[in-house]
Design a protein around this ligand. Structure first.
Ligand SMILES: CCCCCCCC/C=C\CC(=O)SCCNC(=O)CCNC(=O)[C@H](O)C(C)(C)COP(=O)(O)OP(=O)(O)OC[C@H]1O[C@@H](n2cnc3c(N)ncnc32)[C@H](O)[C@@H]1OP(=O)(O)O
Length: 288
């Protein structure tokens, strides 16, 4: 009887919305990530590169290692989020793109591509809990997840054209797969950033949350539905939906990386990146 009561209580706890996310620290020593495993074997991966989770090669390669590890240890799901209540991620690190050697840009671009392939093709369900702004690379990371929950009053989108380079084909495809061809074309050619409400309307995110806690409750609800779905059936279905993009990047990835490196290295693009960075700093100075 005692065992039955304990089992029932544990089951209720597992199914409850208030699952503790502070359960067990994942093994691995990361500088820019915190990885916690909850009781349901869901990994909560928190990016913590202050101040704005700019994606440098090191952070990206840590995400890549975690994804391999989660695959090998057969986790039941993953939530990708940010330590910050203002920014999910500010995208690729300009410091590794501006006046950098081609080898540095190449490492950055091939590492994000590696993350895209692993995250987009992961066998386990993935949710992005977007607790703040998610421009460019931040948006890309969330698009690789299966479900996006965003806290209200922030912005998300792919503004890369504003930096003077075209959006790589694989990223265009990610956007098309999420919001459809017409909406993607309008958004990408103008470098549009969507408010949380606009993003929901166009399908760029799936739900809006009033704060981080409620976003986690929603993520938990999303992941709980898969408890009754055989993982292998789920995974194969996901693979079928995502195969075209994954095959394309695994065949043509190296070409895409080289194209992107030479695009970024062009003097005109370097000038635009410099102007964009200066503008960002000026805005900050003027607002202080
Ligand atoms: C081949 C196939 C695969 C290739 C895939 C490529 C995919 C291409 C996709 C993306 C490319 C990119 O991601 S390029 C990066 C574009 N990012 C942006 O345009 C965002 C820029 N940042 C902002 O708009 C804002 O910082 C913010 C809204 C995110 C946050 O604003 P907030 O006011 O909170 O913070 P600050 O602006 O003061 O920033 C703090 C601090 O960080 C510096 N910073 C911000 N973003 C970047 C960045 N991307 N790189 C480097 N540094 C960055 C900012 O200058 C501040 O620095 P200081 O404190 O020193 O002033």
């Amino acid at each position: 009887m005692y065992r039955y009561v304990c089992k029932t209580m544990l089951r209720r706890l597992f199914l409850s919305k208030k699952v503790s996310y502070q359960a067990r620290l994942f093994s691995g020593n990361f500088r820019y990530l915190e990885v916690l495993n909850n009781e349901n074997n869901v990994a909560i991966v928190t990016m913590k590169r202050a101040p704005v989770n700019t994606l440098n090669s090191e952070l990206l390669s840590e995400i890549s290692s975690v994804l391999t590890n989660l695959d090998e240890t057969k986790c039941s799901g993953m939530v990708l989020t940010s330590f910050s209540d203002k920014v999910f991620s500010s995208g690729l690190d300009f410091n590794e793109m501006y006046e950098s050697r081609p080898a540095t840009i190449r490492t950055l671009v091939s590492t994000i591509l590696e993350v895209i392939i692993k995250l987009y093709g992961s066998p386990f369900p993935t949710v992005a809990v977007i607790t703040g702004h998610a421009p460019s690379g931040g948006c890309v990371l969330s698009l690789c997840c299966e479900y996006r929950i965003m806290v209200q009053n922030f912005q998300i989108g792919l503004n890369v054209v504003k930096l003077g380079y075209s959006t790589p084909l694989s990223i265009v495809q990610l956007m098309v797969n999420t919001i459809g061809h017409r909406n993607a074309e309008l958004a990408l050619t103008s470098g549009r950033l969507f408010t949380t409400n606009e993003a929901l309307r166009v399908g760029l995110i799936d739900e809006i949350a009033k704060d981080r806690a409620s976003a986690f409750d929603k993520a938990n609800d999303f992941l709980n539905q898969f408890k009754v779905i055989p993982p292998i059936a789920r995974h194969f279905t996901k693979q079928s939906m995502r195969r075209a993009l994954l095959q394309d990047v695994s065949i043509n990835g190296k070409i895409y990386v080289e194209d992107f490196v030479s695009l970024i290295s062009r003097p005109k693009v370097q000038e635009l990146i410099a102007a964009y960075m200066a503008n960002m700093k000026n805005k900050k100075k003027n607002s202080n």
